[in-house]
Design a protein around this ligand. Structure first.
Ligand SMILES: *Cc1c(COP(=O)(O)O)cnc(C)c1O
Length: 392
C-alpha cells in the first residue's frame, strides 16, 4: 500500500522535535549536530532568536494579503537586495524552483519584447535548477530528473561542464541566456573558477546572451561573500535566490537588472503567496544579519578552520576521502566510496551531512556555527570514517 506521504524520498528513520543553533533533538532527547542545515536553508541555525522574533512579531499582526496590495515588508526586502547587489528589481517566490521558472520566462520575454527570435537557453552537466517541468527541462541530460516526464520544454542545451570550446560553439544568435550555478550544489560542490565566470560574462557581452546565475544554494553568505559571484568581480543579468534567504521560511527571489527585466510589465507574471509579509519580515532580518561585513568575515574565518581540519581528516583516512572542495561554508568531501555510506555512518555518530553527486559528502553548516561545533563535527566524521573502515 502506498504510504500516505508520497514516497519520492528515501528518508532516514529520524524525526526531530526541536532545534537550537546547530543542534537538533529527537523526541527521546538525543542530540544531533547539524552540518546540513536543511540543505543550506537554516543559514542562522535553528530557532535563531532574531528570526523567531521577526516571525512572531509579524505573525501576530498580518500574514498574508496577496499582491493586489502594497506590501511594505516586501518593499523593504527588495530595497535591501537592490542596495546590496547588482540588481535593480526583485520578484519574490516561495522556492528556488519558482525562481528558475521566472528566470527562464524573463530571459525569453526580454528577447520577444525586442522582437527577436532568441529562445535557446544553455545549461551545464551536473546542474540542478529545481523539479518543475520547466526546471527539469533545463537539465535534459539528467535521466534521473527527466525520465518519464516528457515531453520537456524545448529550447534547452545542456553542455559538458568546463568545456570552453563546446560553450563558444553553442552560443548563437538564437541564444537567449546562459544559466549556471557559480558553485554547483547537487552536482557535487563544484565551484566555477573565477576566470571562467569572467569568461562567461565576456561571452555574454559579446553575443548579447543574458547571464543567469542560480545562487539558490551558494548565495546569501554561504560562500563567504553575500553572493558567490562577487568573488569573481563580475555580475549576472538575472539571479535566482532561495534556500538561505528565508532562514527556514519558504522564500525565494529573482533579482535582475532594469534592462534584463524590461519585458516583465504588469500582468506578465505573478504569485499568490510570493513576497507575503510573513516571509519578507523573516527574509529582511536574514539579509540584515548576513550582509554585515563582520558576519561574512566570521564565515570566512570558520570556513578556513573547517577546511584545515578536513585536510587533516583526509590525511588520516586516505582510503575513505580523496579531497575537499568548495568555497566558504559550502564544502564537499570527495569520498572514495558511496557518500550515502558516509551519511549513514555519520548518523551513527549523531552527525547530519548531505550527499551529492560525484561521490561528494556535503557540509553546509549554519553560517554562525561555533568553532567548537565545527571541531566536534570533524571529530564525529573521523569516528564515522573509522567505523566504515573497520567494517570493510
Ligand atoms: C535547491 C535548489 C533549487 C531548487 O530550489 P527549491 O526551493 O527546492 O525549489 C534550484 N537551484 C539550486 C542550485 C538549488 O540548490
Amino acid at each position: 500500500m502506498i504510504p500516505s506521504v508520497l514516497p519520492t524520498y528515501n528518508r532516514a528513520p529520524l524525526a526531530f522535535v526541536k532545534g537550537e543553533g546547530s543542534w537538533l533533538e529527537t523526541a527521546d532527547g538525543t542530540r544531533y549536530l547539524d552540518m546540513g542545515a536543511g540543505i543550506a536553508v537554516n543559514a542562522l541555525g535553528h530557532a535563531a532568536p532574531e528570526l523567531v522574533e521577526a516571525l512572531t512579531e509579524q505573525a501576530s499582526k498580518l500574514w498574508h494579503v496577496s499582491n493586489l496590495y502594497q506590501i511594505p515588508q516586501q518593499q523593504a526586502l527588495a530595497d535591501a537586495l537592490v542596495e546590496k547587489t547588482f540588481a535593480d528589481t526583485v520578484f519574490f517566490t516561495n522556492s528556488g524552483t519558482e525562481a528558475a521558472e521566472l528566470a527562464i520566462k524573463m530571459a525569453r520575454k526580454y528577447w520577444s519584447s525586442k522582437g527577436e527570435d532568441r529562445t535557446e537557453i544553455i545549461t551545464f552537466d551536473g546542474a540542478f535548477h529545481g523539479r518543475s517541468t520547466g526546471a527539469i527541462s533545463a537539465t535534459p541530460n539528467s535521466e534521473k530528473m527527466v525520465k518519464g516526464f516528457g515531453p520537456l520544454l524545448p529550447g534547452f542545451t545542456q553542455l559538458p561542464w568546463g568545456d570552453h570550446e563546446a560553450l563558444k560553439a553553442a552560443v548563437t544568435d538564437k541564444t537567449a541566456a546562459i544559466l549556471i550555478e557559480p558553485i554547483q550544489g547537487e552536482g557535487g560542490i563544484r565551484p566555477v573558477p573565477d576566470q571562467c565566470l569572467k569568461g562567461l560574462r565576456d561571452l555574454c557581452d559579446e553575443t548579447g546572451a543574458l547571464l543567469i546565475f542560480d545562487e539558490v544554494q551558494c548565495g546569501v553568505g554561504r560562500s563567504g561573500r553575500l553572493f558567490a559571484h562577487e568573488w569573481a568581480g563580475i555580475t549576472p543579468d538575472i539571479m535566482m535566490v532561495a534556500k538561505g534567504i528565508g532562514g527556514g521560511f519558504p522564500l525565494g527571489a529573482v533579482l535582475a537588472t532594469e534592462d534584463a527585466a524590461s519585458g516583465m510589465v504588469a500582468g506578465t507574471h505573478g504569485s499568490t503567496y510570493g513576497g507575503n509579509p510573513l516571509g519578507c519580515a523573516v527574509g529582511a532580518k536574514v539579509m540584515e544579519i548576513v550582509s554585515e561585513p563582520a558576519f561574512l568575515d566570521q564565515v570566512n574565518a570558520k570556513a578556513g578552520l573547517l577546511r584545515q581540519k578536513l585536510e587533516g581528516l583526509i590525511a588520516a583516512h586516505p582510503d575513505t576521502f580523496e579531497s575537499v572542495r568548495g568555497t566558504g561554508l559550502m564544502l564537499g568531501l570527495k569520498c572514495k566510496r558511496a557518500p550515502t555510506d558516509m551519511v549513514a555512518a555519520a548518523y551513527d555518530q549523531h552527525l547530519l551531512t548531505v550527499p551529492a553527486a560525484d561521490n561528494v559528502l556535503r557540509l553546509l553548516p549554519a553560517l554562525n556555527i561555533s568553532e567548537a561545533d565545527l571541531a566536534e563535527a570533524v571529530t564525529r566524521l573521523d569516528a564515522a570514517a573509522s567505523q566504515l573502515e573497520k567494517a570493510a
